[in-house]
Design a protein. Structure first.
Length: 153
């Protein structure tokens, strides 16, 4: 019975919405927090040096405080923040898909636990990217007056 719930796409959407609302709430309250997330789905720009990257475990904790917290934002179902890594404080912009966040933590206590099946979560994220891409492409297309000749009347 539990598997049916955890493998449901609608459940994954609900988890994603809860994660986003919780993070936004903490931004509004200026509450620092940690995220425990799956490192495999995280993007670093610029990419981290191999020696730093090799130190990450499959589930990695990032703590958003100070400069990292100040730069954090949610865009298109992705938590984005700047952080420094390693002894040289190598700077990178970190992009974490919301459904890759397994826990949100305050003062060593989990305040949110994401139970959505990770495979379903990846499907949900891909669907949303595809849907958003089509909408963005259509909006760009319609913004150009030259393209009106291609529309059916």
């Amino acid at each position: 019975m539990l598997d049916k719930v955890l493998n449901d796409k609608k459940f994954a959407h609900l988890m994603q919405k809860n994660i986003q609302e919780m993070i936004i709430h903490f931004f509004e309250k200026e509450q620092n927090f940690g995220i425990l997330c799956k490192i495999e789905n995280i993007h670093f720009d610029p990419p981290l040096p191999a020696d730093i990257n090799s130190e990450f475990r499959p589930l990695t904790l990032f703590f958003l405080a100070g400069y990292t917290f100040e730069t954090a934002r949610v865009e298109s179902d992705v938590l984005i923040f700047e952080a420094g890594f390693g002894s040289e404080n190598f700077g990178s912009v970190v992009s974490v898909p919301l459904l890759s966040i397994m826990q949100i933590i305050i003062d060593e206590t989990p305040v949110l636990i994401n139970l959505a099946n990770s495979e379903i979560a990846v499907e949900v994220q891909k669907e949303e990217i595809d849907e958003g891409g089509v909408e963005n492409s259509m909006a760009s297309f319609l913004n150009n007056p030259e393209n009106s000749k291609f529309l059916k009347k």
